[in-house]
Every structure is written in C-alpha cells, then in structure tokens.
Design a protein around this ligand. Structure first.
Ligand SMILES: *Cc1c(COP(=O)(O)O)cnc(C)c1O
Length: 426
C-alpha cells in the first residue's frame, strides 16, 4: 500500500476499530488486564507472547497513540513517557550506563542541559557539550572510546539554532553510535529527522503535539535502522543476555524492535514513568489537528517576526524562518514547509526593558510554556534558565535580554496589535 500522507496519519493512525467497536480511541482506564489461565499470563511475562497485563508496561490507549507518532516520524516503534524529560532520560540510559560518555549540542533545552550535565553525571555518565556549529573536525575530536551517542535538537529551544543534520549524522555514524534528535519544536509535520540520518527521535509531546497545554508527556521513536550488532561490544544491554528476562538478547529476539522493547520491558518496568491513559487520549486529540495547527503557528510567527524586525525599539530578532537569519538556508533545506512558532528577540533597552515590555502585554501571557494554541512569552534568563551562569547562558545561545515569544494560532493581526501596544509603552 502507498504510504499515507501525514494529514491522514494524524487522524487515522493508531486506532482501527473493527465491527461494533468505538469509532474514537477509547480510554482504557484500567491498571490490569484479565487472563483465563495462569500459564497465559506467564507467557506474557516471559515476553513469549504479546498482550496487556499491567498498564505500567503496556496499555491499549497508550499503545495506539505511540503507534500514531511512530508512523508520523516514519519509525518502526515508539514508547510514550510521562514527560519529555523522561523521554530524553530513557533514550540515553537505554544504551548508556556508568562509565559511558555522550556528546550533546550545547544549544538544547535547559532541562536537557541539566539532565545531561548534572544528573547523568551523578549516575556516572559524562557529557561533552559541543558548539552545534563547530567544524566536523572539532565534532570528531569530542568522541571518546566510551562514547555511546550524539544528541541534538532539530530547532533548539530557545536559541532557534537549526541542527546541521548531515554533519551530526556523519560524525555519529563514523564513530558507530546513533544520532538522537529531539524533534519537539519542528514536529514531524515540518521535519522528519530519520530522512536526514537520525536514528532515534524524542519529543516533549507537551508542546505542539498536545498543542493545547493540557498534558505533560514525552515520546521516543526508533527508526529501526541503527545496527546495534555491528558494534555489539558498545551496546551490551541490547546485544548480550538480559538476566532480568531469562537471558533474552534483545537484538536477537526483537530485531528492529530491540531498542523500544528494551526501553519498555526494562526501563519502564523499573523506573515507571508512564503517562496515564487519559493523558494519552488527550494527546491523541491534539495529534488529530497537528497538521492544521503547525502551519498556522509558522504563518503567524513569520508575520510577528517580520513586524518585530521592522520595529525601531527591537534590537534583534532570531527566527530561522526569517530571510537573512543565519539559519535560514539550513531551515529551508531541512524544513522547507516552515520551522516552528517560536521566535526569540531582544529590545534595545536590554534586559530591564525586555522584562517591562513583557509586563505590558495584555492578551499574550507570561507562562512557562511554549508551543500551544495561545500566544505566550517567557524570559529564559529570569525563568527557565535562571540557574545558569552568564557564560552558560551564552553557550546555550540565550542572551540575557532574550524574550521567547511562542506565537499561537489566534489572529496574527491581534497578536501584532498586542506587541505594538506593549512596545509603545516601554
Ligand atoms: C519542553 C521540552 C523538553 C522537556 O519536556 P517536558 O515535557 O516539559 O518534560 C525537552 N525538550 C524540548 C526541546 C522541550 O521544549
């Protein structure tokens, strides 16, 4: 069958009811599932048979939504997590342990920067942060004997740096490690990282996928393309027997599904960061309109960026969809249909003026969120990134005066009118 268009996948994928079943994905609000014999249940525990027995491991609602996101990204399997943080934590620790090393672009979400730089370090996993625009030689030089993966964001939150996919994929594969890409800001509507060499994709579904700011969630999708057995000694968790599963070797038993199966049967079993079926149902409603909302976010953001760029009180505007932006060409290459709805900019008055401008906004709210239907702003240096030193802020691409404007899907005219009256007041 011909591959379905993404617009159709957004609506139809994941749940295909048969005769007499609900048309809409049901919420299986149940922790447990019933079997007739003890032996039937035993086979599920041994991963001998597929089936549901306990929601921490699998739930039909959650699974349908994971399948939809896997299809949207063009992957072979996916797992949903209770947050984007949990998704990135699982994506890394599924193939890394104490004594291992990872490499990450320095232009990433503040939460990811802390997770990798501080919390993983306490667990014995070290991380080298590299300038995403470093040369191929510099990137190569960051690899060590014990490096297990390379990590970046399609469009960095909030620095708006567009990932040089080809450079990152080439370096990762030359060193026989997977490239993991957090595709939260672009979404598969604008960019499908597997088409550009990424092996694993993660999401904070809290953002555009949900789109209405109702449920925190995350997702990991595997392309199924990375050959773990080609460098088996690097990934013993996947290529040698798992004693907690009677000696199963994930790559032997599950082939292309090895990585996601291990994440479910080991990490989810032991760490338990599952989303509730109710939240998965809400995420699914969001996904049903993702293909309509994302283009509108981009269209409004471009209008807002162009307006800000032309305003005398605005010092700078950073939006990869704007001609003249350093990442414009790269964005055109990897996401010709649009980038995202998030703009960053600074005012000529500097940090203080940026803060008072935000206080003057009327419709646009100050919230710790991005990428939902309502336009909102945040000052990372005072909020999400406030634990960082000025030096770390600059390394992460966050200027002290940076205002992050997440453009929603209201009327562009009304969004600009609110910006205009606040600019007039400062
Ligand atoms: C928000 C965000 C995260 C963290 O996700 P949560 O759902 O808030 O845990 C990770 N990566 C990116 C790019 C984000 O924007």
């Amino acid at each position: 069958m011909k591959k379905r268009n993404l617009d159709t996948v957004c609506i139809q994928a994941g749940w295909t009811p048969s005769k007499g079943e609900p048309r809409v994905l049901p919420i299986y609000q149940s922790t447990t599932f019933k079997y007739d014999t003890s032996d039937q249940m035993g086979r599920l525990f041994d991963l001998e048979e597929e089936g549901f027995f306990y929601t921490r491991l699998q739930n039909p609602t959650n699974e349908a939504v994971a399948a939809k996101i896997a299809e949207l990204e063009g992957g072979v399997a996916a797992i949903l997590t209770s947050s984007g943080q949990a998704a990135n934590f699982f994506a890394v620790t599924n193939i890394c342990g104490a004594g291992d090393h990872i490499i990450c672009s320095s232009a990433v979400y503040g939460g990811t920067f802390n997770l990798f730089g501080v919390t993983l370090k306490k667990l014995g996993i070290s991380c080298t942060f590299v300038d995403p625009d470093c040369s191929s030689e510099e990137l190569d030089a960051a690899f060590q004997e014990n490096t297990k993966l390379l990590f970046g964001e399609t469009i960095a939150n909030p620095a708006n740096v567009v990932l040089d996919f080809e450079k990152f994929a080439k370096a990762a594969h030359a060193h026989q490690v997977p490239l993991i890409v957090d595709n939260t800001f672009a979404t598969p509507i604008n960019c499908r990282p597997f088409e550009w060499g990424a092996d694993i994709v993660t999401h904070s579904t809290t953002k555009y996928m949900d789109g209405h700011a109702v449920a925190v969630g995350g997702c990991i999708v595997d392309s199924g393309r990375f050959d773990w057995t080609a460098c088996a000694q690097k990934f013993p968790g996947l290529t040698t027997p798992d004693e907690s599963y009677h000696g199963i070797v994930y790559t032997e038993r599950f082939g292309k599904l090895a990585y996601i199966t291990k994440a479910t049967s080991q990490l989810m079993r032991d760490l338990g960061a599952i989303p509730s079926p109710m939240n998965c149902f809400l995420l699914n409603l969001g996904l049903e309109t993702l293909h309509l909302r994302v283009p509108r976010h981009c269209e409004n953001a471009l209008k807002a960026a162009q307006y800000l760029e032309g305003h005398e009180k605005v010092a700078w505007v950073n939006y990869a969809g704007l001609k003249g932006n350093p990442y414009y060409e790269r964005a055109q290459k990897y996401m010709p249909g649009g980038t995202c709805g998030v703009i960053s900019f600074g005012l000529k008055g500097g940090r203080e003026t940026s803060v008072s401008f935000m206080d003057e906004l009327k419709m646009i709210a100050i919230v710790t969120h991005v990428a939902d239907a309502r336009t909102c702003v945040l000052h990372p240096a005072s909020h999400t990134h406030r634990q960082m030193t000025d030096e770390q802020l600059l390394q992460a691409g966050v200027a002290p005066d940076l205002i992050r404007l997440s453009v929603g899907i209201e009327s562009a005219e009304d969004i600009i009118a609110d910006l205009e009256q606040a600019l007039a007041a400062v």
